[in-house]
Design a protein around this ligand. Structure first.
Ligand code: GLV
Ligand code: MG
Length: 323
C-alpha cells in the first residue's frame, strides 16, 4: 500500500555532483544552494585518484559546513574492485556526517542487499542506529530497469531511484552522444519515456523519490530547464545538477508554482472543513467554481508536500463560508 511518505521525504530538487577528488569543487559546493550534494568516487574520479578521494571525502564530511543539504557519497559499482573499500572507508570515517550512499549501475536486488548488509555491519560496529545510512540506487542499464521494482524494495534503506541517462544510453546502444536530448532519427516521441515512467512507477509504488540524471550541456540553462521540465511534469522529485548555473533552474522546475501551492493548501483546508461535522460531513464540496472530493485531496497532498519540502509559504488562505 502506498502512503504519502514520498512527499514527506526531504526535498531533492537539485542534486549536485561533486568530484570527490577535487578540494576546490568540494569547497565551492558548500556555498551553493542545492538540496543535495553527492561527493563522487565513481565516474568523476579517475581510478588513480580514488584512494586519495576517499580521504578527501571523509575530511570534507567531517569538516561540516553543509547546512541542511542531504549529504551523499557515490561509491563505485559492485563489478569493480573498489566498492567495499569505498563504503567501509567513507562510512567508518564519516558515518556520523553522512545521509546516504549512492550505488551506481544497480542491476539486481542482491546488489542492494549486499550494500545493506555491509552498512549494517559498519553501523553496528560503530554503535550507530541500524538503518541510519540510506541508499540511492542508480538505474543505468537494461537489466537494472527490468529489475527496478525489486531493486526499490530490496532494502528499506532505499530512498531514491535515479535514472542514469549517460550510462543507460551507452548500455542499450542508443545512436546518440547528447545526453538527455532525443537521439537523431527518432522523431515520433520521447525516446526516454518508457525508462522514465518505469522508474517513476517503481518509486511511486514503494514511496521512494524518483530522480532524473544529468544534463551535460552545462552552459545551456534553457535546454536544461526544458529537459528537467519533462521529468518534473511526469512527477519526478528532482534532477542532478553538474554546474552551479543549473541549480536555481532545478529548484524552480521541481517546486510547484506558488499559485498551485496555495491552491493545494486551500483544497486541503476546504476538504477538511466540508468533511467535518461543522462543514456538513460532505463527501464532495465546492471551492470557488471547482468541485473537490477525496481524489482532489490526494492530488493536493502531492503538491503541498512538494511545496512544504521546498520551504514554500502560503500567500492565500481559504476561509470557511459564513454559517
Ligand atoms: C549518470 O551516472 C549517468 O550515467 O548518466
Ligand atoms: Mg552513470
Amino acid at each position: 500500500m502506498t502512503s504519502d511518505a514520498s512527499t514527506q521525504l526531504r526535498a531533492r530538487r537539485s542534486c549536485l555532483a561533486v568530484p570527490g577528488s577535487s578540494q576546490k569543487f568540494i569547497d565551492k559546493a558548500r556555498t551553493l544552494n542545492s538540496d543535495q550534494i553527492f561527493l563522487d568516487l565513481e565516474d568523476a574520479c579517475a581510478p588513480l585518484a580514488k584512494p586519495g578521494a576517499r580521504k578527501t571525502i571523509v575530511a570534507a564530511l567531517n569538516e561540516g559546513g553543509w547546512g541542511d543539504k542531504i549529504r551523499v557519497v557515490r561509491v563505485n559499482d559492485w563489478t569493480t574492485e573498489w566498492t567495499y573499500r569505498d563504503v567501509t572507508e567513507v562510512v567508518e570515517g564519516a558515518g556520523a556526517n553522512l545521509d546516504a550512499i549512492m550505488l551506481p549501475k544497480v542491476q539486481t536486488p542482491e546488489q542492494i542487499v549486499a550494500l545493506d548488509l555491509l552498512l549494517t555491519q559498519i553501523e553496528k560496529s560503530l554503535g550507530y542506529e541500524v538503518g541510519k545510512i540510506g541508499i540511492e540506487a542508480q538505474i543505468e542499464n537494461a537489466l537494472g530497469l527490468i529489475n527496478v521494482d525489486k531493486i526499490a524494495t530490496a532494502s528499506p534503506r532505499v530512498e531514491t531511484i535515479i535514472f542514469g541517462p549517460a550510462d543507460f544510453m551507452a548500455s542499450i546502444n542508443m545512436k546518440s552522444l547528447v545526453v538527455g536530448e532525443q537521439p537523431p532519427g527518432y522523431d515520433v516521441g520521447d525516446a526516454y519515456h518508457h525508462i522514465l515512467m518505469s522508474i517513476l512507477m517503481a518509486a511511486r509504488a514503494h514511496d521512494k523519490q524518483a530522480i532524473d540524471g544529468p544534463f551535460l550541456q552545462i552552459r545551456d540553462v534553457d535546454a536544461f530547464t526544458r529537459v528537467a521540465g519533462r521529468s518534473a511534469a511526469l512527477g519526478y522529485d528532482g534532477k542532478w545538477v553538474l554546474h552551479p548555473g543549473q541549480i536555481d533552474a532545478a529548484n524552480e522546475t521541481f517546486s510547484p508554482l506558488q499559485s498551485d501551492y496555495d491552491h493545494a493548501e486551500n483544497i486541503l483546508d476546504a476538504y477538511e472543513y466540508f468533511t467535518s461535522e461543522a462543514g456538513g460531513k460532505k463527501g464532495s464540496a465546492m471551492i470557488g467554481d471547482e468541485m473537490i472530493d477525496e481524489a482532489s485531496r490526494k492530488m493536493a497532498l502531492v503538491i503541498s508536500g512538494k511545496g512544504r519540502a521546498a520551504g514554500m509559504e502560503r500567500t492565500d488562505k481559504w476561509t470557511p463560508p459564513e454559517a
